[in-house]
Design a protein around this ligand. Structure first.
Ligand code: BG6
Length: 482
């Protein structure tokens, strides 16, 4: 008999990409508010790699929204009620959103939270709950208060663990009763690929990132994760704690042993190390060699290892958009992907942004992750970033998105039949938001269209795309089967 299962279907946004209102409620400036819109190059992730102190100084001089799309987001700040009503109408079971650290703690190191920030999120938690949706909270989705970056060196400094703990305690004291699932950090392995986004590390001009600082910062985030889980188990005992990585399904380019070994190593260093630490509770042995060969010396405190073991997460989660190619050859044709570039795969089509579309890769990763952790899996992000056309009758026809979703949902079904314990699926950017990689509005994931452009022009009115009805009907049909 076929294994089938009713899972939670959801949609997600992230505060820095959705909210806007960057200077309202006494919110402090954060790292995402300082990322300028840059005309796209072939490497969609260039924007995050160029973040030097000079870029930040320029950003601080700009008083308004200017060329900084995250400051406006999708103007969620002024559309919260309407958006929650639309999500309710869509019929999703669970809404994933994040909290802006700098709205709750504008500098990051204050002893007390900002009351206006509390009031802002209080309304969101209560309204989402009232609308009958479960809550999947990302406590920190990339944005770090700029003050912590400039005055403490971001996550390189262990003091951030203390500041983060304070932030976490506030979140669970106020809203622990509403939280069903939570992630201390979005895509924790981003600290490795995109250190500015992931751990608030500013790039020194013309120099590569210092890998010791990158991994020290990540260690601090691992400890902060464990401490958050400890707090949540006390203040929000019904909530489930998770970890999340950006998932890269690596295929070797050729059948050569060298390419195969490269695929294994790339997966280990790019994603498994974080899963092994947070879900399995310890630093895996393959990291010893990596640290040795890269001259990385981690500073750990007494008790760190016990903490990681005792507060391993309850479920694992990942974002999945495309697969990648691993090879030792250096002359392959490159294409963009989520946070990383990859060699082109001749068997796959790519989105306009170069991300290679591979639904079977999702099934492979679900199987691999489950085998590795034996923990329930939440697909916390997936979707198609595409250019949509708003027609004069306010319709938006997006058959490409429906096709993408259909193909990926089929592979989730297959994975469940393979025996993988999938608990939920969350569509990324269910309401159009600013792209995290390329800082533009033109790359849209939503089933809800937001009428704004890359430079913040537009009405910011919301319109339903064709995929809205399709996703709604799909969810209803799924639940009716059980
Ligand atoms: C994930 C991030 O890496 O990919 C999201 O968690 C991001 O914040 C998503 O938006 C899609 O990437 P992009 O660059 O298309 O926005």
């Amino acid at each position: 008999m076929q294994n089938k299962k009713d899972i939670l279907w959801g949609g997600a946004t992230a505060s820095s990409q959705y909210e806007g209102g960057y200077d309202l409620d006494d919110k402090g400036l954060d790292t995402q508010d300082c990322r300028p819109y840059l005309k796209r190059t072939s490497d969609a992730t260039t924007a995050t790699r160029l973040l030097t102190q000079e870029v930040i100084e320029e950003a601080k001089k700009c008083q308004g929204i200017g060329n900084y799309p995250f400051r406006k987001g999708s103007d969620g700040y002024h559309h919260i009620d309407e958006d929650i009503a639309l999500l309710k109408e869509l019929g999703i079971d669970i809404y994933r959103f994040s909290i802006s650290w700098a709205r709750l703690y504008p500098q990051g190191d204050e002893l007390e939270p900002n009351k206006k920030g509390i009031a802002f999120y209080d309304r969101i938690f209560k309204e989402v709950h009232k609308a009958g949706m479960k809550i999947f909270l990302t406590m920190n989705h990339y944005a770090v208060p700029l003050y912590l970056v400039e005055n403490y060196g971001g996550w390189t400094n262990r003091k951030l663990v203390t500041f983060y703990e304070r932030f976490a305690r506030t979140v669970f004291e106020y809203w622990g009763q509403y939280i069903d699932y939570f992630l201390p950090f979005n895509e924790i392995n981003a600290g490795y690929f995109s250190p500015y986004n992931g751990v608030g590390l500013v790039k020194e001009k013309d120099k590569p990132y210092n890998q010791s600082l990158v991994f020290q910062s990540l260690h601090h985030q691992f400890i902060a994760s464990a401490k958050t889980i400890k707090i949540a188990r006390k203040l929000s005992p019904k909530s489930q704690s998770g970890c999340m990585v950006a998932c890269f399904c690596y295929y070797p380019l050729t059948s050569s042993p060298e390419d195969n070994l490269k695929a294994v190593r790339d997966e280990e260093i790019n994603q498994w190390f974080a899963v092994d630490i947070l879900a399995n509770g310890h630093y895996p042995s393959y990291m010893d060699r990596f640290f040795r060969e890269n001259d990385i010396h981690l500073k750990m405190e007494d008790g760190d290892e016990t903490l990681l073991k005792e507060y391993a997460c309850d479920f694992v989660s990942f974002s999945y958009y495309s697969s990648s190619i691993a090879t030792v050859q250096e002359d392959g044709q490159q294409t963009a992907g989520n946070l990383v570039v990859s060699t082109k795969n001749p068997y796959l089509k790519a989105s306009e942004w170069g991300w290679q579309i591979d639904p079977i890769g999702l099934r492979i990763m679900l199987n691999k992750m489950y085998d590795r952790t034996q923990k329930p899996i939440f697909i916390s992000e997936n979707g198609l970033g595409a250019r949509d056309q708003l027609n004069s009758d306010f319709s938006i026809h997006d058959p490409y998105r429906i096709d993408y979703l259909k193909q990926h949902f089929k592979q989730i079904e297959e994975a469940i039949d393979d025996g993988v314990d999938v608990i939920g699926y969350i569509m990324w950017g269910v309401i159009d938001i600013v792209s995290a990689g390329s800082c533009e509005m033109a790359k849209r994931y939503g089933v809800i269209y937001v009428d704004g452009d890359n430079l913040g022009n537009g009405t910011y009115k919301r319109y339903k795309k064709d995929s809205f009805k399709w996703y709604h009907d799909y969810i209803q049909a799924q639940h009716q089967q059980f």
